[in-house]
Ligand binder design. Structure first.
Ligand code: 13P
Length: 241
């Protein structure tokens, strides 16, 4: 089972998102290895759609850890429930760095949505300084502070910050090495994210301990995201892992 997740971030309108997801649903339903793939789309919050598709799962990029209340600009579990949404990204580096989410707050969010039974794609990843000073493993471990790594609906996405939105993904060696480290203490699906595209997805998905990809920019065009999903078939036909 490979996991393909599209993170639209602050892109696409509601109408564009709807047309995209309908197209994606049709593509996934037509391809033969449907059962071997799990496909998520995380639209912009203003473009949330009901999570009622047969193959594509619509999830939330973010929410506050609350049912509802006086939290201007936020959405809570009540609003997500109305859309039938039961999966969420937590810990994305853009939330951590641009919006200042602390590990403590992220851990609170994690506990809240885990209690609610959500599928959580928990994102981690170091910046360039950490990579260069050789403390990647220690840093990544610190991003699990307060996180229940045994949570049954957990997926972890390793997204090195220096590879996000740069057009240059981490090298295959770096991905393989870091995922091997993560596998040493995580028994959950492991995704890689950071400049994944239709050209590099196949070789990334072929690596040991890579169970899927979390895609930003290259997911914004339906044909490109479908090619990324298709690239798994190509890596499947190569020698099995
Ligand atoms: P890019 O694919 O644009 O590098 O973004 C990755 C990401 O942040 C997905 O969550």
């Amino acid at each position: 089972m490979a996991i393909f997740a599209a993170n639209f971030k602050c892109n696409l309108t509601r109408a564009q998102t709807k047309a995209y997801i309908e197209g994606l649903e049709s593509y996934v339903s037509r391809t033969q290895s449907v059962g071997k793939r799990e496909v998520f789309v995380f639209p912009n919050q203003a473009a949330l759609l009901e999570n009622t598709y047969g193959f594509v799962r619509v999830g939330a990029q973010n929410a506050h850890c609350v049912e509802n209340g006086g939290f201007t600009g936020e959405i809570g579990a009540q609003q997500l429930r109305e859309f039938g949404i039961d999966s969420i990204l937590i810990g994305h580096s853009e939330r951590r760095t641009i919006f200042g989410e602390s590990q403590e707050y992220i851990a609170q969010k994690f506990a809240y949505f885990a209690k609610a039974g959500f599928r959580i794609i928990y994102c981690i990843g170091e910046d360039l300084a950490v990579r260069q000073n050789g403390s990647v493993e220690e840093f990544l471990r610190s991003e699990f502070r307060g996180i229940d790594t045994k949570y049954e609906n957990l997926i972890v996405a390793y997204e090195p910050i220096w590879a996000i939105g740069t057009g240059v993904s981490a090298s295959l060696e770096d991905i393989e090495h870091t995922h091997k480290f993560l596998r040493s203490f995580l028994d959950v699906p492991l995704l890689y994210g950071g400049s994944v595209n239709e050209t590099n997805a196949g070789e990334i998905l072929y690596l040991a301990n890579v169970d899927g990809v979390l895609v930003g920019s290259a997911s914004l065009e339906l044909t490109r995201f479908c090619e990324i999903i298709e690239s798994k078939a190509t890596s499947d036909t190569a020698e099995s892992k």
